[in-house]
Design a protein around this ligand. Structure first.
Ligand code: NAI
Length: 344
């Protein structure tokens, strides 16, 4: 079994070598992203392993299928970069639905605390022996209202963390959990009441730019936005306008709409072509991390272990893979997996 591993980074390799090696898989690591131009690298491999910024569109799927690839294994939870309809009936798609929701929820709180207590500024100051406190005044999280959009695995852990801080939690979810003890409100109401808004829902056609000019206009002046979910949930230009107008008090971004061209790479010696990102980063009240929320040792080990298990179960004895994805998955009428069959 040969696996073509795209967008490989040094921190991916040890855990995958450990779990794939033990399963007798041969891995070809490529540091390039998967695109229509690089798909050819998968020739001779039965499976490809991809991450969030690899392009798994119709053209790429056609090419992979032509090369005999049978499985696309996402080493992520989100799968908005995969054309599931095109893959259906041709290439099995599997993902890692949960590897450490704690890693992401804790990172969201780390960003929030850094922002409200100005840790990023203090760190730089004290390194230069500037011990002044001027401009570092923060505020207590205790007693503030946090609006959580998306109350799945990560959102709920974030809610628990916020409750530990004595915050009032309100939430919006398209599919509210029953008996979860969560105060759900309509989205507009959440926007109006929240001091802090944290996004934990998936990126879909419906949620793309859910935070745009209109939404920002409905929020409290000085609202803090935290996004550890997917960049395109926020219209970055509208965010920039909101920050310049002092409507948005701070933004904590682990993800960015156009991150595919820059995140995960060291481009410190180059000119950044993305003016919106450059302007956002220049703001004193914006903190950007480059899609780092998942990056803990615990998560990396879980990702590698589950990905290898997913691939094996797809191959073994026509086995059903519980983490297989298709555009019918979850659809009560059409979902074969719910009937304990393979997706196709
Ligand atoms: P999950 O599937 O457990 O929860 C997602 C929640 O969003 C569900 O409760 C669902 O009902 C809700 N939802 C679906 N459509 C919605 C809509 N239109 N409006 C509001 N809520 C909606 O997913 P999980 O594991 O909590 O992950 C959430 C997101 O976090 C993922 O979709 C992914 O994009 C992102 N993520 C980011 C990582 C990072 O490193 N920054 C790592 C892992 C996930």
């Amino acid at each position: 079994m040969k696996l073509a591993f795209f967008d490989a980074k040094p921190y991916d390799i040890p855990s995958f070598e450990k779990y794939a090696g033990a399963a007798g898989m041969e891995i070809r690591f490529f540091d390039t992203r998967l695109t229509a131009d690089t798909a050819e690298l998968a020739k001779g491999c039965e499976a490809v392993c991809v991450f969030v910024n690899d392009e798994v569109n119709a053209e790429v799927i056609d090419r992979l299928y032509g090369f005999g690839v049978k499985i696309i294994a996402l080493r992520s939870a989100g799968y908005n970069n995969v054309d599931l309809r095109r893959a259906f009936g041709r290439i099995h798609v599997v993902h890692v639905p949960a590897y450490s929701p704690y890693s992401v929820a804790e990172h969201a709180m780390a960003l929030l605390l850094t922002s409200v207590r100005r840790i990023h500024k203090a760190y730089n100051r004290t390194r230069e022996f500037n011990f002044s406190l001027n401009g570092l005044t923060g505020f207590d999280l205790h007693g503030k209202t946090v609006g959580v959009v998306g109350t799945g695995k990560i959102g709920r852990i974030f809610i628990d963390i916020c409750r530990g801080f004595g915050m009032r939690v309100i939430a919006y979810d398209k599919f509210p959990a029953k008996d979860a003890g969560i105060e759900y409100l309509p989205l507009a109401e959440l926007f109006a009441q929240s001091d802090i808004i944290s996004l934990h829902c998936p990126l879909t056609e419906e949620t793309r730019h859910m935070i745009g000019r209109d939404a920002i206009g409905q929020m409290k002046k000085g609202v803090i936005l935290v996004n550890t979910s997917r960049g395109a949930l926020i219209d970055a230009e509208a965010l920039l306008e909101g920050i310049k107008a002092r409507q948005v008090g701070a933004a904590c971004l682990d993800v960015y709409e156009e991150e595919a061209d820059v995140f995960f790479q060291d481009i410190s010696g180059h000119i950044l072509n993305d003016d919106v990102l450059a302007r956002l980063i220049s703001m004193p009240n914006v903190i950007v991390t480059s899609h780092q929320a998942f990056l803990t040792e615990d998560a990396l080990n879980n990702i590698a272990e589950t990905t290898v298990r997913n691939i094996l179960s797809c191959f073994e004895n026509d086995g059903i893979c519980e983490n297989e994805l298709c555009y019918r998955c979850g659809n009560v009428e059409q979902c074969r997996k719910e009937r304990k069959e393979r997706c196709f």
